[in-house]
Design a binder for this molecule. Structure first.
Ligand SMILES: Nc1ncnc2c1ncn2[C@@H]1O[C@H](COP(=O)(O)OP(=O)(O)O)[C@@H](O)[C@H]1O
Ligand SMILES: [Mg+2]
Length: 361
């Protein structure tokens, strides 16, 4: 057997057994296998995933290696991983051409941790190697500069202004331009103008993900954002109280009306976990996100514990995913970021393949 030469076709065939668990298709059909080289039964290739935040990237690599190794006569297999984030829709439609995905983060009311979640998810995505922007559009309570420890103002440049870089994320905040007590009396057209400037006059550059921290509730900011640019999908942040459904529902209904799909729901302040016993206490009740998920058929992307360290890290300007990496709350945020990235990939792959003829898998 040893002198028979394996060819590329045989290798691709063997790799078809490896199925991406989120996208439900094999890695060959998905076009993940790149730069396949075979020489003297030594094989090397690239797996180009749809996000560097892929929750199962190590499993996929191992399965791909194993599948090729099983072929007769193979002497060595080398698999390298890379990622190319897929874009939401044709970028020509986008008024910000370099931005592949825009993800608004909304909630029915304030104080549920929308900004904390937005900031930690953005930083967690950037930590995986993705290029990430964060637009703080909460004119009534812009807290992103505090959470990310930003003291600088944006400088002028490019199309108008350059975002401020913090913890690997490009940031523009309403807080750079307005005092919250001013914004309370802003009328719709002024809010709309600010959002349009954030979209059209900020030199975002190439971004895989632009996370948008929206004001709570439903209003002109949400309306402008949804009407001006194609959005990949919204993330809803809720707390665990059973009544949270009614509150989060306002935001969900708004996104539905504005034809913005829902990527999922995050339950913040979900539980408190004792450091000594590991026991969980459900201080604010439980079931909020699950109820929303069931009623609106959206996935729960994560449940974040209530932890003093989350607040302390935010107040000190270094989000917990960096400040206490590896802590239960940080891990919950990182896992949530990966689930979010997976949902984005699922949507974009589905949209891409809707135009395809037929694929056998
Ligand atoms: N999981 C959490 N554990 C502890 N404190 C939290 C958590 N999430 C948010 N907080 C704190 O709750 C307050 C409100 O959070 P914030 O993100 O500003 O909410 P929102 O943007 O929805 O108004 C902040 O002081 C924040 O630090
Ligand atoms: Mg906020």
């Amino acid at each position: 057997m040893n002198d028979s030469q394996i060819n590329q076709e045989q290798i691709l065939d063997a790799l078809r057994v490896v199925i991406d668990p989120d996208l439900h298709r094999d890695i060959v059909a998905l076009g993940f296998v790149k730069e396949l080289k075979v020489r003297n039964n030594r094989v090397s290739f690239h797996l180009e995933l749809t996000t560097p935040a892929c929750p199962v990237k190590d499993e996929l690599r191992e399965q791909a290696e194993d599948a090729v190794r099983k072929l007769p006569g193979i002497e060595a297999v080398e698999v390298t991983l890379s990622a190319q984030v897929r874009s939401h829709g044709p970028t020509g439609q986008n008024i910000i051409p370099g931005i592949k995905n825009v993800i608004p983060v909304g909630s029915g009311k304030g104080g549920v941790g929308k900004s904390t979640v937005s900031a930690n998810l953005a930083v967690a995505l950037a930590e995986t190697g993705a290029s990430v922007g964060l637009m703080d559009a909460d004119v009534y309570g812009p807290s992103i500069p505090t959470i990310l420890g930003i003291n600088d103002q944006p400088r002028s440049g490019g199309k108008g202004m350059l975002p401020v870089e913090a913890h690997g994320v490009k940031v523009i905040s309403a807080g750079f331009f307005v005092k919250p007590d001013q914004a309370v009396v802003w009328r719709g057209p002024m809010l709309a103008k600010m959002i349009e400037q954030f979209l059209g006059q900020v030199e975002w550059g190439e971004l895989d993900y632009l996370v948008v921290d929206l004001p709570p509730g439903t209003g002109d900011v949400q309306l402008t954002l949804c009407q001006r640019i194609p959005l990949t999908g919204a993330l809803i942040v809720t707390t665990p109280q059973p009544v949270a459904v009614n509150i989060a529902e306002k935001a969900i209904i708004m996104f539905n009306q504005l034809k913005c799909p829902l990527l999922g729901v995050v339950e913040n302040m979900s539980y408190w976990e004792s450091r000594t016993t590991g026991e969980r206490e459900f201080i604010f009740g439980s079931g909020g996100a699950d109820r929303i998920a069931e009623k609106w058929e959206v996935p729960v992307l994560g449940k974040i514990p209530l932890a003093t360290t989350v607040r302390e890290s935010s107040d000190s300007g270094t989000p917990i995913v960096l400040d206490e990496a590896g802590s239960p709350a940080a891990v919950a945020f990182v896992d949530t970021a990966k689930s979010l990235a997976a949902q984005i990939s699922i949507r974009n792959i589905r949209a891409e393949s809707e135009g395809l003829v037929s694929i056998n898998f």
